[in-house]
Every structure is written in C-alpha cells, then in structure tokens.
Design a protein around this ligand. Structure first.
Ligand code: CAO
Length: 652
C-alpha cells in the first residue's frame, strides 16, 4: 500500500494550535478513530483521531509544535481494508472533524442496529465530549456510561439506552455536541429496535445537575448584611452527596467562588457563591446530602449585593447552561479545571476528575490524590487511573528493596461492631487525618525502618537558652529547644550527606540534595501537618525560632499552603513539651530520616568520679536502611549529640 500523509483536520478555523500529546510512534499499528495527537488551544483541547487504519511510518509533529488545519501529522501505510471512503479522508480531501458525524437517516430494523444520540442535556449547546467510555466491539449494558460531557458548569455521564455491542463510534474526545447529535451505534441482541434520537432522549434520563446553575440565587440589593445562602435548583435531584466543602467560616469569598462540590452517580458540579462576602458559618460538611433549598452557609456581604434567600428557580427545566453563559461571569460556577491537584499533605487537597473517573477509582480502591493527571488542564482520566493501578501491580518483588511495595496482600483487620460491647460514637475523620493515615501506612509498609536512641546532654544548652529567652521574647518570639535542634540537625545533614538524600523512583539512583530544608511535625486540631523551614543551615537561632513559631501558628490556623509543606529533606517530630522518654518516629517519605525528640529531664550522669545532675534530652533517630547504613547513622547521631552538648559549636 502507498503511504498517505494524514493532515490536521478542520479544527474550527483555529491557527497555530499547540500539540500537547503525540499518542503514536513509528511502527504502531492503529485502527480507524485511534487518537493520533492531542491539540490544546486556550479554549479547548481535542484528540485528532486517525481517519483510517494502518501502520505509522513516520510521525511529523512533536509535543510543543504549533499546527493548523492541513499541517501534516504523520505518514501512514494504510491497511488493505481501508475503504475508498476512508481513504478520501486523508491528504486533506475530507479531513476528519472532531465535530460529531450526522446521525444516520435510516437504520436497518432487521439488523437490530440502534443509533444512540445525545439525550436532552437541559438545552446545553456545543458541550465538550471529555471522555469516550467505550470502544468499538465493547459490550455495554443499559445504563453504562458511554460518554462524559463537560460544560463550564458541570460534567455528566451519558448512559447507554440499551444493552448491546458497540459497532461504531461517531465522536472523538474534544468534539462538541448538543441534544440529538449522533454518538454511536449499538448492535442490540434480541428485540431492541431502531430508536430515534427523540426516543433515546425519552428512555435515557437526562443527566442530573445540568440545570442547577440556572437557579443560582440572583443578587438583589439589600445594602449589605448577613444572608442565608441555600442550595439552588439542582435539576430536581434529591439528597446529592456533598463531596467537598471549599470554604470555611472566616473565609472572604468572591461572587462565583466555589462553595461546595456535589456528586451524584451521574455528574459532579461546583456550586458557586451568589455574592461576595465573608463566610460567617457553614452548614454543610463533606458526606452530607443536599437538595434544593438545603442551607449551605451564612454570608456577611460587604456591599449592596445579596441574593434573594432560597429564591425559587424560575424555570428550572428550561434555563440551560448555555443560557447562563450569557449572564454575568461571576455568577457562573467555576470550571473544575481551575481546581488544581495538590500534594497529598495539603490541607485542602482536591483533584480534578469527572464522575466516571471518580466512580472507577472508587471501584478499584484508588485514592485519586495519588494519581498523576495526564489529561488536559490537569484532569485525571480513566486511563490515568488504569495506568496507576497497572504500575502498582507491575512492581516486581525484586524491586521492593529500592522501590516501593504496595503492601498488597496483607490480611485486613476484621471489622468489629464495637456497639455490641457498649455505647460508642462514630465520628468522621478529617481530610488531613485520612491523608496522614494513608501516608503513615504507606511509609511504614514501604520503608525498612531502623530506630536508634541516644541522650544529648543539654545542660549547657538549656542554661544558654534560659539566658537568651528574655531577649528573644522582646523581639517577639519564643526560644524553645526547637531552633537549637533545627540548627544542629542542619549541621549534621551537611556533615553526613548520606542523610540528605532521596531514593530515586527508578530504584537505580540516589538523589543527593544540595539544600537543607527541614520539616517540623505540628499537631493541629484537624490532624498532623509538617511545614518545612527552608535553608536551615544558613539561618541563625533567632531567625529559626521566629520561623518555627510562624510555621506552627500557620499550621494551627489552617493557613499553610501546599508549598509550605513541600521539599523537606528531614523532619523533626518533637513531643518534648508533652512528655515521654522515647518513641519510634515514622519516616516522612521521600525523606530518609526523622528525629524524634522526647522530654528533657535531669538525670544522674557518671563523670568518671561521681554522678552529676545533668539535663538529658532523649532522642530517637529513625532512618531508611535502604539509603543509610548503621555506621553512617551512628556518626550522624554522635555528631548531633556533640553539637547539642556544646552549644558553642552551633555557631561554627
Ligand atoms: N524537653 C523539655 N521541654 C521542652 C522540650 C523538650 N524536649 N521541648 C519543648 N519544651 C518546652 C519548651 O521549652 C516550652 O517551655 P518554656 O515555655 O518553659 O520554654 C514548652 O515545652 C512548650 O514548647 P512549645 O510546644 O510551645 O514549642 P516547641 O518549639 O517545643 O514545639 C511544635 C513546637 C510545633 C513542635 C509544637 O508546638 C507541637 O506541635 N508539638 C507537637 C508535635 C507532635 O504532635 N508531634 C507528632 C509526633 S509524630 O506523631
């Protein structure tokens, strides 16, 4: 077969659109409709599907290139069965369009072919197809999701109206659709017959929540004051799960900011604030169920704009997202893409994923915070979830030493009904608590911990600290033992660089860090967080005291940003103010060591002639034995206690 050049199809007149993904490589054998490249403009992203089946001879674009209609994508050796009409799609003759194909005019009753069209989606027009959930040849059941749509208000799954085998898919990801557009053809077994798009729309319930944004309470002038904000019309859905509460009392929010995120089994959406102001109180929490009229929060508005409380929806079924789009921007729900995934230590961790992806993750037991998003604008796709699971399952036992085992296969602790034995109260864990628990399990199962113990003689340090406390207080901060420990650990990390490393994820390399950032574990009412102090080795004791105090205060006030908790090389966990003579701290991966600090006390210490009363500080050092050997740890620890015993050395 002769080679054919596949060009960029009509992309709605857009020019110089960036290639953000190249999905094929020379030698790949591809089917018609397989994605070749993904394009992203500032308005949309779309996959460009192959117009024919064939073998890729050469790829003519790279990630980062800019392309327009007609730009060559690749050379393809088409397979023999490519039909004449297929081949007419190449070389620019009739390039494939990301727009949906027209629905077939007539369908063959005898073959039980069923044309499935986009059902009533609340009147929305030109809605993005963000996911095609099925492939040609797939068996689907009635109700299975076939595509996922996303407008700037909501994302929704379109269910299959019948069971059958997918014989043709008319859309590609990135297409824009409206009610009645042709989606796919199903070969139904048994008595299923040709169904018109109207009939499909009747048999398939319209995805929920699509009309919710229509009933955002309309701001009315009240001259400011407190207003009760209630749930708007959410398309008649009842008892929808609140999966995220995005604001808290005291937050100052703008009109249009997301207050809560809802998720039904069909769709997820953000509910925007109807006015700007300060949140006085929030009535909902994660896990609650909400319906139209449910109280969300009380808002203290500063200016003259406030919504009519629980204003009844004017025309819930007829007002559409498209209609909203012409309204004021601030009243629109925020694009979910603006919700940026954060590292799992973040106190406000969110992920950007559609309901189908969330459902798949739930089914597979995948924590979405841990999945790397490869979709447009940081969206997690089903493929990302599958890739995550595949990677986890593919970790071979021989890699366990250096890389990361999952702990899969460990017997579960049996569930116990504690109420059988007496009164109990079951309280929901905070998000931070859940994340910390997951991290602790991961770190404990993955890292071969060794913990060493020693006592540092801090008699002189304490004397010096007492003498400097007043001076520090005058400057506005508290001189506790913590800054001394920070400084001593930083010096020990520089002295013993085997502690300032991370194991590379490939299991083949060690990352040597040339900076010294140290985290401090801070207990807060909502859980344990670890803010990181940067460049500790370059700072003095007073500066460290100031920063440690600020970090602890920010942590307790819930004001830490994800970046404040990232990039640590080592952690100090101090229970010194609380008590205890020793504990085995769990390493905060990807760091390889952590210092546990217990309560200092006066102990009799033999000086060679007699017992002397000395202030002794019990320390425990846990380290990852894959990265650090015992001799290195012994040297690190001895150096650390020497520094703490002779405070003058901290200034060297
Ligand atoms: N031995 C004896 N006294 C100690 C001490 C120690 N090791 N460490 C601190 N103290 C004293 C301080 O000097 C201070 O007393 P004075 O006011 O008389 O000087 C008092 O205890 C209170 O200290 P602090 O807690 O305010 O300050 P800190 O710098 O020692 O600790 C921080 C800061 C953020 C670590 C702490 O506030 C905190 O959150 N601790 C809990 C840590 C935690 O939960 N760790 C979890 C371990 S892993 O599960």
């Amino acid at each position: 077969m002769a080679n054919q050049t596949v060009p960029v199809p009509d992309i709605g007149g857009a020019e110089s659109v960036e290639v953000i993904e190249v999905s094929v490589a020379p030698g790949d054998v591809i089917s018609e409709e397989d994605p070749l490249i993904t394009l992203e403009s500032d308005k949309a992203s779309m996959d460009v599907p192959s117009p024919v089946a064939g073998k890729v001879v050469s790829v003519l674009v790279s990630v980062g290139d800019s392309v327009s209609e007609g730009s060559p994508i690749l050379e393809l050796e088409a397979v023999a069965e490519s039909s004449a009409s297929d081949s007419s799609h190449v070389n620019g003759a009739a390039a494939p369009s990301p727009e949906p194909e027209p629905a077939p005019q007539k369908l063959d009753n005898a073959s039980s072919e069923l044309a499935v069209n986009v059902p009533d989606i609340g009147g929305a027009e030109g809605v993005d197809v963000i996911e095609i959930c099925v492939g040609v040849g797939d068996e689907v059941n009635e109700g299975d999701s076939i595509i996922v749509l996303e407008s700037d208000k909501a994302s929704m799954e379109v269910p299959s109206p019948a069971s059958g085998t997918v014989t043709h898919i008319a859309l590609a990801e990135g297409a824009k659709v409206s009610e009645g557009d042709f989606v796919l053809t199903l070969s139904t077994s048994g008595s299923a017959n040709v169904t018109s798009s109207a009939a499909v729309a009747e048999t398939v319930p319209a995805p929920e929540l699509t009309s919710a944004p229509a009933s955002i309470p309309t701001p009315v002038s009240t001259g400011g004051g407190k207003i009760d904000v209630a749930m708007p019309d959410i398309g008649g859905s009842e008892n929808v799960d609140v999966i995220e509460v995005s604001v808290k009392a005291g937050d100052v929010i703008d009109e249009g900011d997301t207050m809560i995120v809802l998720e039904s089994d069909k769709a997820s959406m953000e509910v925007p604030a109807p006015a700007s102001g300060k949140v006085v109180s929030v009535s909902l929490k994660e896990g609650d169920k909400a319906s139209e009229g449910t109280a969300v929060l009380v808002l203290e508005t500063s200016g003259g704009s406030a919504p009519a409380p629980t204003a009844p929806p004017s025309e819930p079924a007829t007002q559409t997202p498209a209609t909203q789009a012409s309204g004021p921007d601030a009243s629109k729900p925020k694009l979910t893409s603006e919700r940026i995934p954060q590292e799992i230590q973040s106190s406000g961790s969110t992920v950007y994923a559609g309901p189908a992806v969330r459902k798949l993750a739930r089914q597979l037991g995948v924590i979405l915070d841990e999945v790397k998003a490869a979709g447009p604008r940081g969206r997690i796709t089903k493929d990302d979830v599958k890739a995550y699971v595949k990677t986890r399952l593919q970790k071979k036992p021989e890699n366990l030493g250096a890389a990361l085992s999952s702990g899969v296969g460990i017997p579960q602790i049996p569930e116990v009904d504690f109420s059988k034995y007496g009164e109990v109260e079951v309280a929901k864990m905070s998000k931070i608590h859940k994340i910390t628990a997951a991290n602790m399990t991961r770190n404990w199962l993955n890292i071969p911990h060794v913990t060493q113990f020693d006592d540092a003689d801090v008699t002189d340090l304490e004397e010096f600290r007492s003498s400097m406390k007043k001076e520090a207080e005058k400057a506005g901060y508290k001189l506790t033992p913590l800054p001394f420990l920070l400084k001593a650990c930083a010096m020990a990390l520089n002295q013993e660089p085997s502690f300032n490393v991370a194991l590379h994820a490939d299991g083949e390399h060690i990352v040597h860090k040339k900076h010294v950032h140290i985290g401090i574990a801070v207990a807060t009412p909502t859980g344990l967080v670890v803010p990181v102090i940067r460049d500790v080795d370059k700072k003095g004791l007073f500066q460290l005291a100031k920063e440690a105090g600020e970090c602890a205060a920010k942590a307790r006030d819930g004001k830490l940003l994800p970046k404040d908790m990232q990039g640590g090389c080592f952690t100090i966990s101090s229970l010194g103010a609380i008590g205890g003579t020793g504990f085995t701290p769990i390493i905060n991966a990807p760091e390889v060591a952590i210092l546990g600090v217990s309560k200092a006390s006066v102990q009799p210490v033999w000086d060679g002639k007699e017992f002397m009363p000395r202030q002794m500080l019990p320390l425990s050092l846990s380290y990852d034995h894959r990265a650090i050997n015992g001799a290195d740890a012994g040297r690190f620890f001895t150096y650390l206690t020497t520094l703490l015993a002779d405070v003058r050395r901290l200034s060297l």
